[in-house]
Design a binder for this molecule. Structure first.
Ligand code: NAP
Length: 279
């Protein structure tokens, strides 16, 4: 039986722990605060948890589930406690900078990214079923040996995920469009709706906000540190996506100014048709 270690017991780490334990794998956890470790055990996210990374001494596979900017420092911290062949993977939402930083530190590393989340964070956020039918990207290198990759693929598929293999740059360009750009657009939408109205109009807008606003505001109302790190660590691809988005919005604005309703209808027909390709 594969022995699993999870470092960082928030939304993603906690959810992985619940899933792996439900499948009968032994799971130990590491977090930087004792209160998180205690609560993770109470919630059944892991079998045992400590702030000291020596608890990872016997594990076969470690999932690093700390914030993007903490992933390489986390690895540096845990390496002295790992066996020589322990497989390490991460769940960071950006891949190229992490792979670059971690590759020199540990040869048995395969980057990963489960494409699932909620607006919750911290030790109370982990939940069963989060990964069901979600995409899970692995970014093996050409020199990654087959056996550890196969182990990780088995674990990921056991979560009920749809597995994708790609290189880190392709991953980062794709998620800039479908994940990181929507966070910034949604954040701007929330800010736009929260300002510029009289107190009475704002109250009415809040009362009328329903499923459409819930859908379009969800990702902009999530973990601020995560959104900031998506931008910081995927800056180039996100800026390119934002420039294209601004251009598209500008074209729509022009059509509305011109009252060119047939052209606007054409744009919306095209986007209606394109959406089904994404979902
Ligand atoms: P989270 O709920 O905030 O959990 C983060 C965990 O990391 C906590 O257990 C926290 O420990 C620990 N931590 C926080 N700052 C740390 C630091 N500087 N050094 C070491 N440990 C630290 O976050 P999350 O949403 O699970 O995100 C974790 C990773 O998953 C990120 O890399 C993110 O890119 C990726 N991810 C997130 C989503 C999403 O939608 N949220 C989706 C896919 C992937 P304490 O409680 O002890 O402070």
């Amino acid at each position: 039986m594969i022995r699993i270690g999870i470092v960082g017991l928030g939304l993603i780490g906690g959810s992985l722990g619940l899933e792996f334990r439900a499948q009968g794998y032994p799971v130990v956890g590491v977090s930087r605060r004792q209160t998180t470790c205690d609560r993770a055990c109470e919630r059944g996210l892991v079998d045992r948890a400590e702030v000291n990374a020596r608890i990872l001494a016997d594990v076969d596979v470690v999932f690093v589930c700390t914030p993007i900017g903490a992933i390489a420092p986390t690895l540096t911290h845990i390496i002295p406690h790992l066996q020589e062949n322990t497989l390490v993977t991460d769940v960071g939402s950006v891949k190229r900078p992490i792979v670059e930083a971690v590759r020199p530190l540990w040869p048995h590393f395969i980057g990963g990214h489960p494409m699932a989340g909620t607006e919750q964070q911290g030790v109370e956020a982990g939940c069963l079923g989060l990964f069901q039918n979600a995409p899970y990207v692995l970014t093996p290198e050409p020199e990654t040996p087959a056996a550890p990759l196969a182990t990780l693929q088995t674990l990921v598929q056991g979560l009920g995920c749809r597995l994708y293999l790609c290189n880190p740059d392709e991953h980062d360009r794709a998620v800039a469009r479908i994940s990181h750009l929507p966070v910034m657009v949604s954040a701007s939408l929330i800010a736009t709706c929260s300002q510029g109205l009289s107190p009475e109009a704002l109250k009415l807008a809040q009362e009328l906000a329903s499923s459409g606003f819930r859908d379009t505001s969800r990702v902009g109302g999530g973990n601020p540190e995560l959104g900031m790190m998506m931008a910081q660590y995927n800056q180039t691809a996100l800026l390119a996506a934002l420039a294209d988005y601004r251009d598209r919005l500008g074209r729509i604005e022009t059509l509305i100014k011109q009252g060119d309703w047939p052209a606007l209808a054409q744009v919306l027909q095209a986007t209606q048709a394109a959406r089904s390709g994404f979902l």
